[in-house]
Ligand binder design. Structure first.
Ligand code: HEM
Length: 200
C-alpha cells in the first residue's frame, strides 16, 4: 500500500495540486465550508429522530426536503476530500487522525445503509408519531456521534504530534501507521540468511 501511495505522490497532477497556490486552498476551504451543508443537514434529521427537535414535522417530510441537500453536500465532501488526499497521499497515509476519520466514515456509511434498508422501511407506521422506534433512535445516535467524531478527527489531521518522524520506530503507533522508519528496525532484527534470502 505504501509503495502505491509513494507512486501516486510522484504523479504530475498530485505534485501540481500540492504545489498549487490557489487550487489546494480552494479545495480545502470548500471541504470545510461544505461540512455545514452536509453534516448540518444530517444533524437536523438526527435530532428529529431522537425527538429533540422538529417534533411536529413528519419524518418523511423532513427527509424528503433535506435529503437532496445532504446528497449534494456528500458529493462535494467526497470529491474535495479525495482530491485533498491525492495532493499529499503519503502524508495522509501515515496520519493516524486521517485513518481514524476514514474508519469512522465507513461506520457512518454502514449506519446510513442500515437506516435506509432496515429502519425506514416501515416509516409510514411511525411517521407522525411522537414516539420514534428504538432502532431509529439508535441509528440517529450512532450517526450523530460518528459525524462529530469525523469532524474532530478531520480537524486533528493538521496536527503533526504523531507523525512518523516524532515516533519511536518500535512503538505500536509507528506500526499502526506503517512508518518507513520501521524498515530499518526490521532490517536489524532479521537474521542475515533471511535478509540475504538464503534460508532454505
Ligand atoms: C464525507 C464526510 C467528510 C467530513 C465531514 C470531513 C471533514 C473534514 C474536516 C472537519 C477536516 C478538517 C479541515 C480543517 O480544519 O483543516 C477535513 C480535512 C481533510 N479531509 Fe475530510 N471530511 C470528509 C470526507 C473526506 C474524504 C472522503 C476524504 C478523502 C478520502 C477526506 C480527506 C480530507 C483530508 C486529506 C483533509 C486534510 C486537509 C488538511 O491537510 O488540512 N475527507 N475533513
Amino acid at each position: 500500500m505504501r509503495d502505491f501511495f509513494a507512486w501516486m505522490n510522484e504523479t504530475p497532477w498530485s505534485i501540481a495540486l500540492r504545489e498549487s497556490f490557489v487550487v489546494w486552498p480552494v479545495l480545502e476551504a470548500t471541504h470545510v465550508l461544505t461540512i455545514m451543508l452536509f453534516v448540518g443537514t444530517i444533524i437536523m434529521v438526527d435530532l428529529r429522530l431522537l425527538g429533540l427537535a422538529f417534533r411536529q414535522v413528519p419524518v418523511s417530510e423532513m427527509t424528503a426536503r433535506i435529503l437532496p441537500w445532504t446528497i449534494g453536500g456528500f458529493v462535494i465532501m467526497m470529491v474535495t476530500g479525495l482530491l485533498l488526499f491525492y495532493a499529499k497521499p503519503l502524508v495522509y497515509y501515515h496520519n493516524i487522525f486521517f485513518r481514524v476519520k476514514i474508519i469512522v466514515l465507513l461506520l457512518a456509511m454502514a449506519n446510513i445503509l442500515y437506516f435506509h434498508k432496515r429502519v425506514q422501511g416501515n416509516l409510514a407506521a411511525w411517521d407522525l408519531s411522537q414516539s420514534i422506534p428504538r432502532n431509529a433512535r439508535i441509528a440517529a445516535a450512532v450517526s450523530l456521534s460518528a459525524w462529530i467524531a469525523i469532524v474532530i478527527s478531520g480537524r486533528m489531521i493538521a496536527y503533526d504530534w504523531y507523525n512518523c518522524e516524532k515516533l519511536e520506530p518500535e512503538s505500536a503507533l509507528s506500526w499502526m501507521i506503517d512508518c518507513p522508519q520501521r524498515d530499518n528496525l526490521l532490517a536489524v532484527q532479521m537474521p542475515a540468511p533471511l535478509l540475504a534470502g538464503e534460508a532454505d
